[in-house]
Ligand binder design. Structure first.
Ligand code: GDP
Ligand code: IMO
Ligand code: MG
Length: 432
């Protein structure tokens, strides 16, 4: 079997958690390949809402589905324990369905301090991170100073941890960051305690497990976090996260050879949102943006921050489809636009020198002020002015809405296979 991937095509929060939960019953394994507790993946069913951060969104699916936290993930033991305990309280037997890669890197309490100090040092140029220590943990991984999940099984773990921590303290001192030692000691004790809980899970070389499973014809769904426009290489650098959120990240983040990848599901909202700083060409600063935020409940699942809202950006979407080799599109939150008389879609950008392009340009990612330095050029389409949230079949959707989907498919060149019309598991239309 080939492994399928589901990932975000925009700036995150596209609805990945919901759709992984919907698709999971069709798979034997669901595996997270990057990111950490910066993610907030929301699942809704039976009138309950669950937010997952580091644990894959396949944990609620009925059937014998194994969930994997891959080597590309960065794991905070304290947040993991909290998330896992909530799931176990909800009746999920997590210990029997979750495997964690020994090669995943650990987020240490000092990584969070470094994240905060880094942001503080940048003033108004800050990235607006989630404050979970993501950047410093991946920096340590790349600079070969990281501490991994498998290390907690080693006899010399204590000294390995202490030397990494002390190096972080020296960096913090060089940055002029003040550390509240009493608060830190408390966090450290909690962190060390949470490692005991982490040790109670199956910690293994999950790349062997996943490759063996594919050899044995089992099916795998790789779950991404964040979105393509937050990718460390292809996103709006430096206003990005610190991992490869794109399809290639599933290969490095799980140990899958490129030839083992099958479908790539690219997920996007019928409009765009972004949390944190950085360029966002179609951002709306007017009442329309506020309306989208209020109808779509666009507030961060992790930090509660307001999400910036804007129209669908086909320049960025086509770019994301290209980088990921998306084979299928999934359109989310279409219902949020139900009451809009006109819907705008950005088809090209006018660059600062006046030229027009429909290829995502370098300058969009380099505006240090965090403001897009391109002018979006829009098509205006008629709204469907119909409540579509109760639709369960394509035939129940208004023609104007179906025309909107065809318009996107024609311009992006990839079929929309799934349409989501509400947050609940049931509010999903599978087209194939
Ligand atoms: P993720 O990070 O990609 O998993 O997305 P989030 O969970 O952070 O954000 C998506 C939000 O939209 C969540 O609150 C979902 O419950 C909600 N949601 C998902 N799909 C739909 C949809 O089709 N319509 C509406 N109105 N809400 C949705
Ligand atoms: P999910 O998986 C939306 C954003 C942060 C910030 C930037 C860097 O739920 O879609 P970081 O803490 O990663 O160093 O922050 O990336 N960001 C997200 N935005 N959804 C996410 O995850 C995000 N994870 C990080 O707001 O701008
Ligand atoms: Mg989210």
């Amino acid at each position: 079997m080939k492994a399928d991937i589901l990932l975000g095509l925009q700036w995150g929060d596209e609805g990945k958690g919901k759709i992984v939960d919907v698709l999971a019953p069709d798979y034997d394994i669901v595996a997270r390949f990057q990111g950490g507790p910066n993610a907030g993946h929301t699942l809704e069913f039976d009138g309950h809402k669950h937010v997952l951060r580091s644990i894959p969104s396949g944990v609620f699916a009925k059937g014998a589905i194994t969930n994997v936290i891959g080597n590309g993930v960065v794991l905070d033991p304290v947040l993991f324990r909290k998330e896992a305990a909530e799931l176990e309280a909800d009746g999920v037997d997590l210990h029997s369905i979750l495997k964690i890669s020994k090669k995943a890197h650990l987020i240490m309490p000092t990584h969070r301090l470094l994240d905060a100090a880094g942001e503080a040092s940048m003033g108004s140029g800050k990235i607006g991170t989630t404050g979970k220590g993501i950047g410093p943990t991946y920096s340590d991984k790349i600079s070969r100073h990281g501490v991994r999940v498998g290390d907690i099984l080693a006899d010399d773990f204590d000294s390995m941890y202490a030397s990494a921590r002390d190096a972080h303290f020296r960096t913090l001192a060089n940055m002029g960051a003040e550390v509240d030692r009493a608060a830190f000691d408390k966090n450290e004790t909690e962190w060390l305690d949470a490692l005991e809980y982490l040790r109670s899970f199956e910690l293994s070389d999950t790349e062997h497990y996943i490759n063996r499973a594919l050899n044995d014809d089992l099916s795998v769904l790789c779950e991404g976090a964040q979105g393509t426009m937050l990718d460390i290489d292809f996103g709006s650098y430096p206003f990005v996260t610190s991992s490869n959120t794109v399809a290639a990240g599933a290969c490095t983040g799980l140990g899958l050879a490129p030839g083992r990848i099958g479908r790539v599901y690219g997920i996007f909202k019928a409009y765009c949102t972004r949390v944190g700083s950085g360029p966002f060409p179609t951002e709306l600063f007017d009442a329309t943006g506020e309306e989208i935020r209020s109808i779509g409940h666009e507030y961060g699942a992790v930090t509660g921050r307001e999400r910036r809202c804007g129209w669908l950006d086909l320049v960025a979407l086509r770019y994301a489809v290209m980088i990921n080799g998306a084979t299928n599109l999934i359109m989310m939150k279409s219902d949020v636009l139900d009451t809009f008389e006109h819907i705008k879609v950005c088809t090209a950008y006018r660059l600062p020198d006046g030229t027009v392009t429909d290829e995502f340009p370098f300058c969009v990612g380099r505006n240090a002020a965090g403001v897009a330095d391109v002018e979006p050029i829009y098509d205006t389409l008629p709204g469907w002015l119909t409540d579509i949230s109760a639709a369960r079949k394509e035939s129940e959707l208004p023609q104007t809405f179906r025309d909107y989907i065809r318009y996107i498919e024609e311009r992006v060149g990839v079929p929309v296979s799934i349409i989501s019309v509400g947050p609940d598991r049931e509010q999903t239309i599978i087209r194939e």
